[in-house]
Design a protein. Structure first.
Length: 399
C-alpha cells in the first residue's frame, strides 16, 4: 500500500512541474483582491483591484500593463454596449507594492472612479443603471514585446474558485451598485389579463420596490408612455398591497385603464421617489412593456352539403386567429324568415382558435330546397387569453 501511494505522489509532482514549466515561459496577472464600491449616485465612488505580475523571471520581464475599458448595457436602457478601448497604462515601475501573499512578486493596485469610467465610455448618469457593467480589460506586455491577455490565456490561468492557482482572468466586470436609491424590482399585471392590458377595462398593476415602507420618505410617481402617442389612458393612485408572505420587498398597486386604441404598447416610467437616505429614485423607463389587446374577432369559412337538391347541412367555421380562454360561445342565427331562427351554446376548450357551427336549416320540419341563403350569425361569450370577449355579428352568404 505504501509503494502505491508513493507512485501516485511522484506522478502528481511531475505533472505540477510540467505545468509550471510550461507557464513559466509566459506571464500572468494574478488577481489578489477586488473592492467594488461603485455607487450609481456618487461619481467619486471607486473600483479597485490588486494585481500581481508573474513571469519567468519573477515579474522582472514586465514592461507595462495596458488597461482597456468598455461598457456592457445589461439593462438595455440608455447607452448601448461600448467596446473596450485604451483607458490608461500602468508602467512596470508602478508594481512596487509589498505583496500580500508569500510569492514575493511585484504588486500594484489599479483604482478607478465611476466618473472616470463614465467619461471614458461617453455616457452620463441617465444612461446607466444598477446592474450595468463597466468592462475592465488588462493586457501585459513584456520587455521582449510579447503580449498576454484574455485572448491567449489558458483555462488553467483564468480559472477561479477552489481549484484556481493563477486566478488571472485579465477581464473583469465592474458592476454599478446602489446601496441607497429606491429601485423597482418588478412590475406585473395580474388577473384575467395574463400580463396584457385591455381597452376600457380596469387592470391592476403591481409594482415591487427593493425596501420596506419605512424606508421611503416620498413615494415615486408613475406615468405611462404609449408607443402610438395616445394619452386617453388613466392611472390611479398607488395603494399599499398587504403581502403577508413577503417581508423583504414593498409591493404597491395601482389601477390602470388603457385607452381606446385597438392595439398599443405601454411602458411605465418611475420617478421622483425619495428614500430615507435622501436619494431620489431613478427616472426609469421600465424594461417590461405591456401590450394592449383590445379586440377579438372571427373570420368565416362556410361549407354546405347537398342531398337530393336539398341543403342537408351547413358547416360554419369561425376562426379567431388567437387562442381562446375556454368556457363557451353562443351562436344566435337570424335567418330573416328564410328558415327558422335559433340559438345554440357550444363549449370552448382552452387553447382553441376556432369553433365550428354545424346545422341543417329548416323551415318547420322541412329541409330547404337548394337556394341562395343570406343570414346573420351573432357570436357572444368567447374570450381570448387577455380577457376580451367577442361580440360580433357576421353576415353569411351561401351561394
Amino acid at each position: 500500500m505504501f509503494i502505491m501511494l508513493l507512485a501516485v505522489s511522484c506522478s502528481e509532482e511531475l505533472l505540477v512541474d510540467e505545468t509550471l514549466d510550461n507557464v513559466s515561459s509566459g506571464a500572468v496577472l494574478r488577481n489578489l483582491g477586488i473592492t467594488n464600491n461603485l455607487d450609481s449616485a456618487d461619481l467619486s465612488s471607486t473600483y479597485s483591484i490588486v494585481l500581481e505580475a508573474q513571469d519567468a523571471q519573477g515579474g522582472r520581464l514586465l514592461s507595462e500593463v495596458r488597461v482597456n475599458v468598455g461598457f456592457n448595457d445589461i439593462n438595455d436602457e440608455g447607452t448601448d454596449t461600448v467596446a473596450v478601448s485604451l483607458f490608461s497604462t500602468i508602467l512596470a515601475s508602478a508594481f512596487n507594492e509589498t505583496s500580500p501573499t508569500t510569492n514575493g512578486l511585484p504588486v500594484a493596485t489599479f483604482t478607478v472612479t465611476l466618473g472616470e469610467l463614465v467619461t471614458h465610455v461617453g455616457t452620463s448618469s441617465g444612461n446607466y443603471s444598477v446592474g450595468d457593467d463597466f468592462v475592465i480589460d488588462f493586457e501585459m506586455e513584456l520587455t521582449d514585446g510579447r503580449i498576454f491577455n484574455l485572448s491567449n490565456a489558458t483555462q488553467d490561468v483564468t480559472r477561479t474558485g477552489a481549484f484556481s492557482y493563477f486566478n488571472a482572468q485579465f477581464r473583469y466586470s465592474a458592476t454599478v451598485k446602489d446601496p441607497n436609491r429606491l429601485t423597482v424590482t418588478d412590475i406585473d399585471v395580474s388577473g384575467e389579463s395574463s400580463g396584457q392590458l385591455r381597452q376600457n377595462t380596469i387592470d391592476t398593476v403591481f409594482v415591487t420596490f427593493d425596501r420596506s415602507e419605512s424606508d421611503i420618505i416620498t413615494f415615486p410617481t408613475i406615468t405611462s408612455v404609449s408607443a402610438l402617442g395616445n394619452t386617453d389612458d388613466n392611472i390611479g393612485a398607488f395603494t399599499l398591497w398587504d403581502d403577508e408572505d413577503n417581508d423583504d420587498d414593498l409591493i404597491y398597486f395601482f389601477l390602470y385603464t388603457a385607452g381606446a386604441a385597438a392595439a398599443d404598447t405601454i411602458d411605465f416610467v418611475i420617478q421622483d421617489g425619495i428614500s430615507v437616505a435622501g436619494f431620489p429614485s431613478y427616472t426609469k423607463r421600465l424594461k417590461k412593456a405591456f401590450v394592449i389587446d383590445n379586440a377579438i374577432a372571427a373570420s368565416l369559412i362556410s361549407e354546405s352539403t347537398i342531398e337530393d337538391d336539398e341543403i342537408a347541412s351547413l358547416a360554419l367555421t369561425f376562426d379567431f386567429g388567437e387562442e381562446l380562454a375556454g368556457d363557451s360561445i353562443m351562436f344566435s342565427v337570424d335567418a330573416g324568415g328564410q328558415f327558422d331562427n335559433f340559438m345554440v351554446k357550444q363549449k370552448v376548450e382552452e387553447g382553441d382558435e376556432s369553433s365550428v357551427l354545424t346545422f341543417t336549416p329548416r323551415l318547420g320540419d322541412l329541409r330547404l330546397a337548394l337556394q341562395n341563403l343570406t343570414f346573420d350569425v351573432t357570436l357572444t361569450g368567447a374570450k381570448d387569453v387577455a380577457g376580451n370577449e367577442v361580440d360580433q355579428t357576421i353576415s353569411v352568404d351561401i351561394l
